[in-house]
Unconditional design. Structure first.
Length: 434
């Protein structure tokens, strides 16, 4: 995952001028955008808050003390500038308002030193290199029985399948799992939908009765290319669709639109549809592309997880599943029908009267690395660390439970790596699989 990746300015070959229904969609010209990018060379102070590093309670060492490591091994790209500075970077997390314990968190590169930690997060990301067998020998032969190792990732399993340990170590490498998937020991999805509390009117924002959600949207459809390493040729797929319907394409090879910038977000809100297409098709792999599209009040057209996952996790009747259509012509015809009929289009926003969506993705939130207090609705920084350490302490209090043979997480589980399939059931989609 690359944070705040800036798109290059290139000549557009993406805006297809075509009349769609009763609307004529105009070419897009975006002004030059400024966005703060984070690199590992920046010197970021992670404890400037007087209530964190200089907190007398922390300095005196009151409460439970735990040590947590983020094992980085032979990482060649640093992916956590919002959480930690480049190793070494110790910091603290103040967890639990009741027990008031603090966590000393360190980024560790030496496998021989992992035996000194209570909990070890082992990130599985695109900038991580596979752990060799001899390194696993060092880790497993020296760590104490009370230590817990955590398979932690924000990526889809197909993107990191090359990081799997060899069969000799796969079933004993990790105790717990942390991912977007609901079957993980610690689930941190990219976003989620929650119905409003029926008993509490205060939890519901005022929804304008009879609002026309098509108003102000004078562009039809958009897609933004964000990652070139995909398990299927989704760029070719979208470019093929432009033969049937007007789609504005953004990204390095197309129109400039800096991800997560205010200018780009404002532009996306002018569209009726956004193609929220995942880089792979795996169980529950529904990323920020989908959730932020809903937050923009735009209807997402999706390819990714199985349809039943979208139906279970997303707001009701909030998306268009591309594989429901027998051909690209049928999909384009349906989108044009919605474009011409505001009543039909507005049905995709009925869910906003009964619930709302939350986004957990760090790219579209403020940085939390400067806080030792777990922020709400974020899986970065102290939030997830405190959740894991809470579970660790609960288990340690029960000596029988903690000391028995521990169940291990298999990263090749059917619901994880083995859940990834070829995208689409219809040939007009399947033909773009690698």
């Amino acid at each position: 995952m690359r944070l705040l990746e800036a798109s290059e300015n290139r000549v557009s070959r993406a805006t297809i001028h075509r009349r769609a229904g009763s609307h004529t969609y105009q070419p897009v010209n975006l002004p030059k955008q400024k966005v703060r990018t984070v690199t590992q060379k920046q010197n970021i102070n992670f404890n400037p808050n007087p209530g964190c590093a200089s907190n007398p309670e922390i300095l005196r060492g009151n409460g439970t003390r735990l040590t947590v490591a983020f094992y980085e091994g032979n990482r060649n790209v640093w992916s956590y500038p919002r959480t930690f500075n480049h190793p070494p970077s110790p910091r603290y997390c103040l967890c639990s308002s009741e027990t008031r314990y603090f966590i000393n968190v360190t980024s560790e590169k030496d496998p021989a030193l992992l035996k000194t930690y209570d909990l070890v997060f082992m990130p599985q990301d695109v900038g991580t290199l596979r752990i060799k067998d001899q390194v696993w020998d060092t880790i497993l032969n020296s760590t104490p029985s009370w230590q817990r190792r955590l398979y932690a990732t924000w990526e889809g399993p197909s993107k990191i399948k090359k990081l799997l340990p060899s069969p000799t170590y796969r079933m004993k490498a990790y105790h717990w799992s942390l991912s977007f998937h609901s079957k993980s020991d610690f689930s941190v999805p990219y976003g989620y939908y929650r119905p409003y509390d029926k008993k509490s009117q205060s939890s519901r924002p005022e929804v304008v009765s009879g609002k026309n959600w098509a108003k102000g949207k004078f562009r039809l459809a958009a897609w933004m290319s964000t990652w070139k390493g995909t398990s299927w040729r989704r760029r070719d797929f979208v470019e093929g669709l432009t033969q049937f319907i007007n789609i504005d394409l953004y990204g390095r090879r197309f129109q400039n639109c800096t991800r997560n910038s205010e200018v780009c977000e404002k532009r996306m809100k002018e569209y009726k549809f956004y193609f929220a297409i995942e880089n792979s098709c795996c169980s529950e792999y529904i990323t920020e592309k989908f959730w932020r599209t809903l937050a923009w009040d735009v209807v997402p057209v999706v390819i990714g997880a199985p349809k039943e996952d979208y139906e279970r996790l997303a707001p009701p009747n909030s998306f268009i599943y591309a594989d429901d259509f027998k051909s690209p012509h049928d999909l384009a015809k349906y989108l044009k029908q919605l474009d011409e009929n505001d009543d039909l289009y507005n049905k995709f926003f009925q869910w906003k009267k009964v619930g709302r969506v939350y986004t957990n993705h760090p790219e579209i939130q403020q940085e939390f690395a400067t806080s030792c207090i777990p922020p709400e609705h974020s899986y970065y920084s102290c939030n997830v660390i405190c959740k894991v350490t809470d579970r660790y302490l609960e288990g340690k209090e029960d000596a029988t439970l903690f000391n028995r043979k521990h169940r291990y997480f298999d990263p090749g589980s059917p619901w994880w790596t083995s859940s990834c399939t070829r995208c689409g059931t219809h040939m007009w989609i399947r033909k773009y699989n690698n």
